[in-house]
Ligand binder design. Structure first.
Ligand SMILES: [Zn+2]
Length: 103
C-alpha cells in the first residue's frame, strides 16, 4: 500500500490499521479524515484488491468533500466500483498516464 496520495494538492497520509467494529452501519473497510488529510484502510480486509478499492472509495469521498459535489454515499460507492473495474481491467489505459515518465 502506498503511504501518501495527493488529492487536489492536499497530501493525504495512507495508513493501514485494524478497525474495531463500533457501528455496524459505518463503512468499516476504510475512513477518510479530511481535516487531518488522513486515510485509514482496514488491514483486516480480505485482499490487496479490496484494500485498493477501499482507497479508491476514500479518494472519491475526499473529492466529494473538497469539491462539495454532495454525492450520496450510494453514488460514491457506485463510482468506486465502476471506475475501479474499468481501471483494473484496462492496464494499458492506466499505463498511458505514466507515459511522460517512460520517455
Ligand atoms: Zn464511504
Amino acid at each position: 500500500m502506498i503511504k501518501k496520495i495527493n488529492i487536489l494538492g492536499f497530501e493525504y497520509s495512507v495508513e493501514e490499521s485494524n478497525f474495531v467494529e463500533k457501528e455496524k452501519e459505518q463503512d468499516l473497510t476504510g475512513e477518510v479524515w479530511n481535516t487531518h488529510t488522513k486515510i485509514n484502510i482496514n488491514s483486516a480486509s480480505k485482499s490487496e484488491d479490496h484494500k485498493l478499492g477501499t482507497l479508491f472509495h476514500e479518494i472519491i469521498e475526499a473529492l466529494n468533500y473538497r469539491l462539495e459535489w454532495k454525492l450520496s454515499h450510494q453514488l460514491v460507492t457506485q463510482l468506486e466500483s465502476s471506475l475501479f473495474q474499468v481501471l483494473k481491467c484496462n492496464p494499458k489505459f492506466v499505463k498511458m498516464f505514466l507515459k511522460d515518465e517512460n520517455e
